[in-house]
Design a protein around this ligand. Structure first.
Ligand SMILES: Cc1cc2nc3c(=O)[nH]c(=O)nc-3n(C[C@H](O)[C@H](O)[C@H](O)COP(=O)(O)OP(=O)(O)OC[C@H]3O[C@@H](n4cnc5c(N)ncnc54)[C@H](O)[C@@H]3O)c2cc1C
Length: 235
């Protein structure tokens, strides 16, 4: 059943989708956004940029308490990691940010539909919510902003327990003793830094001849030096 008519429907509410939706609304188009997950903001806000930066921040405080306070003349007892609290704080940061997107949608009068979006035809988008009935949106234009997923490797089984992606690494229950990271790109090195600061032995396996291989080689060299200070091993 077609129940709404829009000028633009955006599928996916990550930084690509929500920014496009806001711009469309600002330009005077009646705009809808469709998101299959419970909260808006996509990978970046829910399991990417924001939670990883929250953990980087917390782990840096821990690292400083353990290694640099003394030289500043601050004597404390040996700090202990409370990973449960660290992860809980990260969740709070995520909620604040995703609620910010809810607010932006309201402020710009963008209708939000929660559910899996799919094409019925070029002017009709079906929204299948987790619970309840599907609805159909009639739309003049569609913006597909469905983002990406962590890639899989053919030689290893991702069981999401021992062999995990960055998403599971953001909700670990304990600091692993050893963490092997396949791929020395920004995401792997960021997650590796968090757990190295919290006490894990981190080993990075990179196929190319330097880490962050898509960036300037000198940056890769400098980053290697500073990560080695955190006891990172590179292969
Ligand atoms: C750990 C980590 C750290 C990162 N750190 C940074 C950083 O510091 N800086 C930076 O610039 N980038 C960072 N990134 C990358 C960044 O998250 C992505 O580049 C960004 O999220 C891409 O935005 P997007 O809108 O294209 O897609 P996404 O953010 O992936 O959003 C796509 C959305 O579409 C939804 N969707 C998909 N299919 C459907 C469908 N059929 N119906 C309804 N909804 C659907 C998904 O549920 C998702 O919410 C990081 C990524 C990770 C994993």
């Amino acid at each position: 059943m077609t129940n709404s008519k829009y000028d633009v429907t955006v599928i996916g509410s990550g930084p690509g989708g929500y920014v496009a939706a806001i711009r469309c609304a600002q330009l005077g188009f009646k705009t809808a956004i469709v998101e299959k997950y419970d909260s808006l903001g996509g990978t970046c806000l829910n399991v990417g940029c924001i939670p990883s930066k929250a953990l980087l921040d917390s782990s840096e405080h821990f690292h400083n308490a353990e290694h640099t306070f003394k030289e500043h003349g601050i004597d404390i007892n040996k700090p202990k990691v409370n990973l449960k609290q660290m992860i809980a704080r990260k969740e709070e940061v995520v909620v604040q940010n995703t609620q910010g997107i809810d607010y932006l949608m309201k402020k710009n009068k963008i209708d939000v539909f929660k559910g899996l979006g799919s094409f019925v035809d070029k002017n009709t988008i079906k929204v299948n919510p987790k619970k309840g009935k599907a609805s159909e949106l009639s739309t003049d234009k569609v913006i597909i902003a469905t983002g990406s997923k962590p890639s899989n490797l053919p030689f290893i089984k991702l069981d999401k327990k021992r062999v995990i992606t960055s998403t599971e690494a953001l909700i670990l229950k304990e600091v692993p003793k050893n963490l092997i990271i396949i791929g020395g790109g920004v995401i792997g090195l960021e997650i590796g830094s968090v757990y190295a600061r919290l006490g894990a032995k981190v080993t990075v396996i990179e196929f190319l001849d330097s880490i962050i291989p898509t960036m300037d080689k000198t940056m890769g060299r400098e980053l290697t030096k500073s990560l080695k200070k955190l006891n990172f091993e590179f292969h």
